[in-house]
Design a protein around this ligand. Sequence first.
Ligand SMILES: [Zn+2]
Length: 76
Amino acid sequence: MPTYVYETIPGAKKKARRFEVYQSIKDDPLSTDPETGDPVKRVISGGMEIPRGSSSSATDRPAAPSCVHSGGCGCR
Ligand SMILES: [Zn+2]
């Protein structure tokens, strides 16, 4: 099931708070937090959670660099 992100609507004394809920696609969006009853709105995240930053560059590079010297030594 997809995870939907909801955000509470901030009030005079409350700050916005985000939480995630597992829901079926067929379910209607929540209008209140089922735990606290606070009014909430669904945050549209585009469905897929995409991690920030590039994960491909980490896998392209070797795990441990062979050079232990400072930059510009030329051994690589
Ligand atoms: Zn070196």
